[in-house]
Design a binder for this molecule. Sequence first.
Ligand code: PRP
Length: 173
Amino acid sequence: MAELGRIILTEQQIQSRVRDLGNEITRDYKNTPFVAIGILKGAFLFLGDLAKQIDTEMCFDFMATSSYGRGTTTSGEVRIIKDLDDSIEGRHVLVVEDIIDTGLTLNYLLEVLRKRGPASLKVCCLLDKPSRRQVPVQIDYVGFEIPDVFVVGYGLDCAEVYRNLPYIASLKT
Ligand code: PRP
């Protein structure tokens, strides 16, 4: 198992930013019931904490995607492992992701979801790595912009390990 490097974001920094994002989303969706779509597996902790900070009507659905391959870089191909349980036609949708790296996963997902006719489609991600972008994607709520470092913890993994850390850390190189 790869060894942890340094802490990039502490638990306190994450929780404080998640509270701010929750408040912002609450304000924006005050009279607009919406469905939050958590993208598994990475977003599970973030969505759980974020949801507790949202004080307006919402429900949940989940999709699981995976880029092919098990390395630390994406191969660019995306597959849907688990699709939504319910239709999103005519509904307000907020996609919740842990990290946007090349943008390929989100770009593909948004294309798929847009075809299903949602009333609106927005994106909230915890981490954004803009320096890695290969396709432009619009992100409506961003937790933190981070440099091009491979990070684990708070949902993010290295070969499926470290998702349970309450903070985000780099790996030893
Ligand atoms: C990660 C992350 C995003 C995607 C971002 O998912 O959760 O979905 O990669 O990378 P991109 O912007 O370069 O497309 P991953 O496929 O590793 O699955 P996981 O969430 O189950 O770890």
